[in-house]
Design a protein around this ligand. Structure first.
Ligand code: GDP
Length: 430
């Protein structure tokens, strides 16, 4: 399998940045296939730290092609801002190194506004969005009224597209007590960036097909995590796109048979940001320990993440839904020093033991995790690069996770440093 799809197997923030960074060095093409400028990877290349929100990780490396697929929602102004910021760090971004699918839907200022209005109004039922307009932009895409990147190159029809979009948004805004928006306002917003975007537009489906046929290694860089998937996640506390591996195909235009090795990035414990169910949450000194030791604060928002024990039921479900071939297990070192570790192996629902996470929010509220206890370890795993450097109890913990979730560990990460990784096998060589 020459290509690799990276997905988060929990609620995101599994440490995809480090693994994607490691893999992107080995890839020829790096593709984003869902989400928007809320991805929040931090990459460290040659000692320099780069923060990426929208752009694929390939942009910070020489000689790689980066691709924004049609499954992404694309904010042209956020793109320009990120490009300028990276250029300030010496990264050169040009149509030779970056291509954007011409059929990608755009995020506009009205989407950002709507996101913020709704989150502020919805006291008590907040989804906890990043207020970047990503959800409203996907709504317009599915509602068949989105402005797409290719429309920027067609000034004659752009006005028509904007009128159609506002025919939906202005009544909605009136209902929310917000002022209406003039067609000219949106047109000006788009025309002001069109020249910065159109040189990057491409038929990405064809480009990827050609690259695949030429034998290039393609890395699909997923954002967020399986439990935030619009269909398979903890709805409605989810993101507005499909985050699962199947989306790598639909969100880029390369067929699923070419997707290759599916690598599930998995944290050695569990975290989630914002509202929603979290069965193994530890709202106590254990959660505090994990949050502080693991620096569990959002890269994009700075929000504190909720922390808890490893949940094998959820990851087993993620293995099935994504077709995960192997796990990249991260942040094992955060567990160093705990006397005892728990793993959720099943749930109790109304007095019965179940081995899956129920889809119904009402049932999700009633489930109680059934834990298995394992002995912790006093020695450190931080910085280990070989299995032999790990305490026996840590190896046992990892092996038990593999057994419980039904997928082998392909990579084991033991610190934020890129070389502090135990490589079991190279997913590109599998
Ligand atoms: P992403 O959204 O999945 O890329 O995850 P984040 O970037 O939000 O979280 C990953 C954070 O954990 C980053 O600050 C990484 O440097 C750090 N990290 C990644 N792998 C490890 C690891 O194995 N151990 C420790 N201690 N930190 C790690």
């Amino acid at each position: 399998m020459a290509n690799v799809v990276v997905v988060g197997s929990q609620w995101g923030d599994e440490g995809k940045g480090k693994i994607v960074d490691w893999l992107s060095e080995r890839a020829d093409v790096v593709v984003r296939f869902q989400g928007g400028h809320n991805a929040g990877h931090t990459l460290v290349v040659d000692g320099v730290s780069y923060k990426l929100s929208l752009l694929p990780s390939g942009v910070v490396r020489q000689g790689k092609l980066s691709v924004i697929g049609n499954g992404v929602v694309f904010d042209p102004h956020a793109f320009v801002a990120e490009k300028v910021r990276l250029e300030g760090q010496g990264v050169s971004i040009s149509p030779q190194t970056l291509r954007i699918a011409d059929n990608t839907a755009l995020i506009l200022s009205l989407h950002r506004e709507l996101d913020a209005i709704r989150e502020s109004a919805a006291a008590g039922t907040k989804i906890g969005t990043t207020r970047r307009g990503i959800g409203p932009a996907y709504e317009d895409k599915v509602g068949r009224r989105a402005i797409r990147a290719m429309d920027l190159a067609e000034p004659d029809t752009l006005r028509e597209r904007v009128e159609r979009l506002l025919a939906h948004h202005n009544p909605l805004r009136r209902g929310l007590g917000e002022p209406e928006i003039a067609v000219e306002t949106i047109l000006d917003e788009l025309v002001s960036v069109a020249d910065e975007i159109t040189p990057y537009l491409d038929r990405v489906w064809r480009l990827l097909d050609e690259r695949r046929r030429a034998g290039d290694r393609i890395l699909f860089e997923g954002a967020q995590g399986t439990l935030l998937d619009i269909d398979h996640g903890t709805y409605p506390f989810v993101t507005s796109s499909n985050t699962v591996a199947g989306q790598a195909a639909a969100g880029s235009g390369l067929g699923p048979s070419a997707a290759g090795f599916v690598l599930g990035i998995t944290k050695a414990y569990t975290t989630r940001v914002g509202e929603g169910p979290f069965p193994s949450e530890q709202d106590n000194e254990i959660g505090q320990f994990l949050g502080e030791k693991g620096h569990e604060f959002g890269t994009v928002t700075g929000r504190k993440r909720r922390c808890g024990w490893f949940d094998a039921v959820l990851v087993r479900q993620a293995v099935a839904i994504n077709g995960i071939h192997g796990l990249a297990l991260t942040k094992l070192d955060v567990l160093d020093g705990l006397d005892e570790l728990c793993i959720a192996v099943a749930y109790e629902l109304d007095g019965e033991r179940i081995d899956y996470f129920p889809a119904s929010p009402a049932a999700q509220k009633r489930i109680k995790p059934i834990y298995e206890k394992l002995e912790g370890w006093k020695d450190t795993t931080a910085g280990a690069r070989r299995w032999s450097e790990l305490p026996a109890q840590a190896v046992k913990y990892v092996r038990h996770i593999e057994e419980l979730v039904g997928a082998p560990v392909t990579l084991l990460s033991t610190s934020p440093e890129r070389d502090d990784t135990i490589l079991v096998r190279d997913p590109f060589e599998d």
